[in-house]
Ligand binder design. Structure first.
Ligand code: CTP
Ligand code: MG
Length: 238
């Protein structure tokens, strides 16, 4: 019984604005990726972390150096990522040892994920669910609009959920879902559970956590800094 966490960290972070790849940008004095990997390494349920690094020249070495200063590296593997998130995850899956039977996929861009959420997702997979996603209610009213920007209808919010990571999977199921999608020419789906849904397998939900939010736009970094400051003042290592 071995659980590996795959961390897609190869994106450019275009919505965050110009600069180095998002996973390497600063959050409270440390790269975003360091926070995410630290959380995963600290989770009791995770045995191994595989990071998909920016694929450009030197990306893997740069990530290794950054991580090695702050994280015990014995159970961390770094591989070059791909040109889409889906490809980055698939490349990391290729590097899993044979002993791994449960795989979590966690965005590097969710640096403040609580350790409790990581363990809860693993537990749900170990309890027999083949695919598990953390979700939160949708708080805003959501409307469908037409190409002209006119409202078509209001969607019933009570049946909607916003999806986070880590998502957890039976290893064979996730590998099969990735293989089938790639064989059918799909290579840029941003949600692993979506690949599992495509092959007809049930995906179950567990309660997400507001601190597992994704850093996407500059405003998200402001929130992340505030959450980190609150943790640090509460004496939590972060
Ligand atoms: N990701 C990846 N490989 C890619 C693209 C994305 O590993 N080719 C990773 C990102 O590093 C991130 C996660 O997938 O941790 C979620 O993607 P997103 O938030 O979209 O990050 P970016 O693609 O970097 O951002 P943007 O879409 O704004 O460029
Ligand atoms: Mg992206």
């Amino acid at each position: 019984m071995t659980t590996a966490a795959v961390v897609p960290a190869a994106g450019r972070g275009e919505r965050l604005g110009p600069g180095t790849p998002k996973a390497l940008r600063d959050l409270g004095g440390l790269p975003i990726l360091v926070h995410a990997v630290r959380a995963l390494v600290s989770a009791r349920s995770v045995d191994l972390v595989v990071v998909a690094a920016p694929p450009d020249d030197g990306g893997v070495d740069e990530v290794r150096l950054l991580l090695a200063d702050h994280v015990p590296m014995a159970n961390v593997v770094i591989v070059p990522g791909g040109s889409s998130r889906q490809q980055s995850v698939a490349l990391a899956l290729d590097h899993l040892p044979i002993t791994v039977d449960v795989v979590l996929v966690h965005d590097a861009a969710r640096p403040l994920v609580p350790v409790e959420l990581i363990d809860a997702v693993t537990s749900a997979v170990r309890a027999g669910a083949g695919a598990v996603i953390p979700v939160l209610p949708v708080y805003d009213t959501v409307k469908e609009i037409d190409p002209g920007g006119r409202v078509v209808r209001t969607i019933d919010r009570s049946v909607l959920r916003a999806v986070q990571t880590p998502q957890g999977f039976d290893r064979e199921l996730l590998v099969e879902a990735h293989r089938k999608a790639a064989a059918e020419g799909i290579d840029d789906l941003t949600d692993d559970a979506g690949l599992v849904e495509r092959i007809g397998h049930t995906v179950v939900v567990v309660p997400g956590h507001e601190e597992a939010f994704k850093v996407t736009r500059p405003f998200d970094l402001v929130i992340a800094e505030a959450v980190l400051a609150r943790r640090r003042s509460a004496g939590v290592m972060a």
